[in-house]
Ligand binder design. Sequence first.
Ligand SMILES: [Zn+2]
Length: 303
Amino acid sequence: MRKLVGGLLVLLLIGGVYWWYAVDARPPADASYEFDLAQIRTLADALPGDKPAAARYEKVSAYVFPEAMVMAGGSWRTVDIPIYAYQLVYAGKTVMIDSAFDRSLAKPDFMVPFFDDAAYARVERALGKAALIVITHEHPDHLGGLARHAQLATILPNVKLTDTQIADAKALAAAGLPADALKDYAPLHYDRYTAVAPGVVLVAAPGHTPGSQMVYVQLADHRELLFLGDVAWQMRNIVQLRERPRWVTDWIIDEDRRAVSAELQTLHALRETAPGLRLVPGHDGAAIDALTRAGVLQAGFTE
Ligand SMILES: [Zn+2]
């Protein structure tokens, strides 16, 4: 009898630990994240000039993760985690959002089974000629292509990295940025929102990393996109209101889950209150495909 009770207690303990680290997705009751869409739309009109005619993307690589790593309570079947860079096409200029990463950072293996050298070459060329480059956050799969670019010194005057993004030397080094690359660099500082180009507004969203930001884009035809960076890897995080599990946020990526959970709640609500605002998660092939079919995103950069 004693053995049976002891065994049951051990099972309960294991179950409890598993639930806490892999399943629990309850959002913190008192965390909140404000997203003032009216103010953001005003800022999108603040800079003179035409808004972008198109938003394009390149898919450079993909991780393969179990869904249980993407979302608390997810299954252990694997899902693709594609890696993209985005290009906003204006009349006569382009703006880049994120830069993916090169083959040396991707290190193709069983968790990175796909790397498209031709797509990456197009990203490199697009970075080289962009009038402006912004990065959603300081992780290698977003910053790496810029950090390791052969013409980094020439490109840097067109790059708006924020003060919080460049504060973490360890993250910059992991993304392949040469140690002295930013020694004379004046980073961007802003509090909540800032307009950086006609139709383009940066929205601070610290949590996944300290320097995480979302990028609001209003196209010339008034359609609206919100590039989420890795606030949500996939739409399932927003639709089901499920953050990444604690074993990922606490043990692997060191994320502020309280902040991210609040951001997910706000994005979840935005789907009802602003259905025209298309959310673009960091690594969601199905979401990107749907936006492509809707004609809001277009596959492949312009040369
Ligand atoms: Zn990412």
